[in-house]
Design a protein around this ligand. Sequence first.
Ligand SMILES: [Zn+2]
Ligand SMILES: [Zn+2]
Length: 340
Amino acid sequence: MNRPDLLIFNSKGIYCPKAQVYLDPWKPVKNAIITHGHSDHARAGHKNYLTHHSNIPIIKHRLGAINVQGVNWNESFQINGVTFSLHPAGHILGSSQVRVEYKGEVWVFTGDYKDEDDGVAVPYYPVKCHTMITECTFGLPTFKWKPQSKVFGEINQWWENNKKEGKTSVLFGYSLGKAQRILKHLDSSIGKIYTHGAIENMTEVIRPQLDLPETQLVTRDTTGKELLGNMVVAPPSAHGSPWMRKFVPFETGTCSGWMAFRGARARRSTDKGFVLSDHCDWKGLLQSIKASETERVICTHGYTDIFSKYLREVGYEASVENTGYEGENEDSVNSDPSEN
Ligand SMILES: [Zn+2]
Ligand SMILES: [Zn+2]
């Protein structure tokens, strides 16, 4: 039986014609369901927003006074006979997959997601569907993440070594998501944790929902001497800025999935690269797709051509749609859209 598509891609976003609702639209629309607070997914200018409760303070912090309604995980709601529900995506705090069902036909839009429990976001679980719209930011076999306990072991060891050498550690990660994940897993018995303003502001917004260690904002009055041996967490955009001058002597580290590429580290001349991503790696994507029991996959952003080609080879009906999502930038070492 040939059913009409439950979700279509038009110039404004992922659209459900039956319910007249958009998912993460990239142009202003009347009704938008938002998966998470990153700037390429939660954009300004929509009339009505609907998202998971956890995202509301984040989105309001970024977009100001908006008309927004919150829902819980797994809470079904109907629009024009179409049933919607949000399910954890494990990408950052509040990040959601959107499940859409009409007359027994089920579609899932993953938004951005990762299958590892990071101790901050509610863990991802696969949602069964007939068609899955997935990101594939790191959809190349070369991307293979280590368990985060290992990565944070390396990070805390690095901090300890820098302290022994009488240096300040400066760790870069984007201000929404990565920074709070870093804060959560730093070993605060090593020293104090300082933050850049962009990270302090976002963390204050999120702090009521998470158990995070104490942080201190680096201010005009903070001296290089008091920072020695301690940790400064900063957004990638602060790298090489005059703001860092007073931290000398320091060592820099960057946390990003892109650190798996050797060139990325060289480009930013970071002393140390830690491979830490808030997206699935190659295996994580494939396992998630398999667990969803979907027959059809639509790839939205990342290595879409290579990834969808592989999916077709292993028997899926797979295609690519152009969207306004910037998976490559979002986790990139060169930009931090959460500050835009
Ligand atoms: Zn994201
Ligand atoms: Zn994204």
